[in-house]
Design a protein around this ligand. Structure first.
Ligand code: ADP
Ligand code: MG
Length: 294
């Protein structure tokens, strides 16, 4: 069992954007979902944990490794799939994995060959191992990405928005693959897609404007707002009035009309019905929902 401990992590970019605002988290083995809207600071946090950029203040440790003081030690036990895993030279899947295995210090040629074959099988790309990665679909590229992240028996795997841009079938296959490795190591998955967290993660945090605004299990997250979410179909013209009166947490079109979810301690007036909250309600109730109407 490993522990990743993040303490008082803050980072302000030179342009003044505070991307990390006193982040504190403690994680152990299993899939951890970091859920947040675009710009929340997820990628900044992940690059910092991968020792690819520095924080202004704070510490992070993986068991007895101080990530910022011993980045070399960290990288030996890290698997990282960046949000932009986009550099695909004209090489095959097998050559790419072999190359990364060399970079990760696996010097024995036979050992490397076996490992690459094992990984290609694991991510279901063995049959096309001699095809150029450049021609792969988004899902196939992400599977190459996860295969390279698995090289070297990592204790910590960081995957940054791995399902963005995948079609539903590819997303499903990618989920199964992650769930497969997820129990034995610490996996941090960042996403703005609520279903990724719902389907995969045993623990989660919600990040917004550089801050961790919530941390618990997905089920406890839902329980925490139970009995406080109401819905109603309204007209477009009334939307602004409702927004002024209530705390609207989501607004979806259903059959051409807005269906709003509001967050309220008491039963709102006429026409609202209580609903069983879902993780999406949690997400929108924890982040600033002022822009829900635009
Ligand atoms: P997320 O991955 O959740 O979308 P990011 O960590 O990419 O969030 O970005 C957090 C905030 O920091 C955003 O406002 C973004 O514009 C800003 N940001 C990210 N990288 C840089 C950078 N290199 N220089 C300046 N601002 C940045
Ligand atoms: Mg990002």
């Amino acid at each position: 069992m490993s522990t990743l401990k993040i303490t008082n992590l803050s980072k302000t970019y030179p342009n003044g954007v505070k991307a990390l605002d006193n982040v504190n988290l403690e994680l152990s083995n299993g899939m951890f979902g970091l859920l947040g809207p675009n710009g929340a600071g997820k990628s900044t946090l992940m690059r910092t944990l991968a020792s690819l950029q520095e924080a202004d203040t704070g510490t992070a440790t993986l068991d007895d490794i101080d990530i910022f003081k011993q980045p070399g030690e960290l990288r030996k036990v890290l698997g990282y799939l960046p949000q932009e895993f986009g550099v695909y030279p004209r090489i095959t899947a097998e050559q790419l994995l072999n190359h990364i295995a060399v970079l990760k210090g696996i010097t024995n040629k036979g050992e490397r060959k076996d490992l690459v074959a094992y990984l290609l099988n694991k991510v279901n790309l063995y049959d096309i191992k001699n095809k150029h990665v450049k021609g792969f679909s988004g899902g196939m590229k992400q599977r190459v990405g996860i295969a390279q992240a698995l090289i070297g028996n990592p204790k910590l795997i960081i995957v940054d928005e791995p399902t963005a841009g995948l079609d539903p079938g590819e997303r499903n296959r990618f989920h199964n693959l992650l769930a497969d490795v997820g129990e034995e190591v610490i996996v941090i998955l960042s996403t703005h897609i609520v279903d990724d967290v719902r389907e995969l993660c045993t623990k989660m945090a919600i990040m917004n404007l550089g801050q961790i605004v919530f941390q618990d299990t997905p089920q406890n997250a839902i329980d925490s707002i139970n009995g406080k979410v109401y819905q109603k179909i309204v007209t477009r013209t009334d939307l602004e009035d409702y927004a002024r009166k209530y705390s609207i947490i989501s607004n979806k079109m259903v059959g051409g009309q807005p269906l709003i979810h509001v967050f309220s301690d008491e039963h709102p007036e006429n026409g609202f019905e209580q609903v069983n909250p879902n993780l999406e309600d949690v997400f929108f109730s924890k982040i600033n929902t002022a822009n829900v109407l635009v």
